[in-house]
Design a protein around this ligand. Structure first.
Ligand code: PMV
Length: 330
């Protein structure tokens, strides 16, 4: 059967998703709004092969661990059911950036898998259908089907593009502050927050107004309004987790040092604003002409391992098929 290859880029939420309205169906409780990033990319190939005994999943050159594999197989099952297929699949996926350290690898990974698996199964899915398929595996993945600024409303099954990156071409400088994987996965983290944090309800209640502010600032191309609203969304999300039982603290001393450096940059006249996800890395939003300077400043913070400079990235796409019935081949 055909091998299909898809490429998708990670996205970073400016208005954060944290919490599920429907756990079984993986539906978000709050609206989120993200920027897709050009430098953080996943390329995934899928082929359904009739003589395979079970699905084979290779991530970054190694067999997928059990938990990773289970989520992939769950999506493959959904695709098989929709296509009326029984064949198992061979999946090979590679990231251009560190996996599972809060760097949104699940977003680009499941977006690419949704497109590649659907195409390999012969399904003609729209981006909206692929977004919904991706969302069932990872809510943030629903947003990586689209490029630029992307919105996922509360209670929604699929994301929708807001405006192209060219509308407000900001850069995001990612400061990597720790190697290795995070201790608490995002699903476990948000379920624990919802179950035990006294601040979860307040987080959910304020999220729509916060997202509205962020959307308005993007449409107005107003970084001085966007930056503080984006920082507030991240800090409110982390505050809700700090109060969970047991507490969830993704930040490290280097995270806090980078946040401080960003505040100093701002005080010296450089427009730069931070956000953090379910991991210790810091992502800093800044105009493209200040990105070099910001990257150098973040790199110099003791504990920063590396920096990745990103611009707005494109939506997910299928690579043109390499025909298996070319003349001269069998
Ligand atoms: O969709 P998940 O399970 O990868 O959760 C993503 C959660 C955050 O990255 C913290 C926020 C977001 O909106 O991406």
């Amino acid at each position: 059967m055909n091998e299909c290859v898809a490429v998708a880029h990670a996205n970073i939420a400016l208005a954060k998703y944290w919490g599920k309205a429907d756990e079984a169906r993986n539906i978000p409780a709050v609206p989120s709004l993200s920027l897709t990033l050009d430098a953080l990319r996943t390329r995934t190939s899928v082929a359904f092969v009739s003589d395979l005994v079970e699905d084979e999943v290779v991530l970054d050159g190694r067999p997928a661990r059990e938990k990773e594999g289970r989520r992939v197989v769950r999506m493959l099952e959904a695709v098989r059911t929709a296509a009326g297929l029984t064949a198992k699949a061979r999946v090979v996926s590679a990231n251009s950036f560190p996996t599972a350290a809060g760097l949104a690898s699940s977003a680009s990974g499941f977006a690419a898998l949704a497109l590649a698996a659907s195409a390999a199964a012969g399904l003609d899915v729209s981006l909206r259908e692929a977004s919904s398929l991706a969302r069932a595996a990872s809510v943030s993945a629903a947003r990586s089907l689209y490029g630029g600024y992307v919105e996922l409303p509360a209670g929604a099954e699929f994301a929708e593009p807001l405006v192209a990156g060219s509308h407000f071409p900001l850069n995001m400088v990612v400061a990597l502050t720790r190697a290795g994987e995070k201790a608490v996965g995002s699903t476990e983290g948000m379920l624990r927050t919802a179950r035990t944090s006294p601040y979860y309800e307040a987080w959910v209640r304020q999220a729509p107004a916060s997202c509205d502010r962020i959307r308005r600032a993007i449409l107005d191309r107003n970084l001085e309004a966007l930056g503080p609203a984006m920082e507030a969304s991240a800090l409110a999300m982390h505050a809700s987790m700090f109060a969970a039982d047991p507490p969830i603290v993704y930040m490290s001393p280097t995270t806090v040092a980078v946040m401080e450096r960003v505040r100093e940059l701002r005080a010296s006249g450089v427009p730069a604003y931070y956000t953090m996800d379910a991991g210790p890395h810091v992502k800093v939003l800044t105009p493209p002409e200040r990105a070099e300077e910001v990257a150098a400043a973040l790199k110099a913070v003791p504990g920063t391992l590396n920096v990745i400079k990103c611009g707005p990235g494109p939506g997910a796409s299928l690579e043109p098929e390499v025909s298996s019935t070319k003349p001269g081949t069998t």
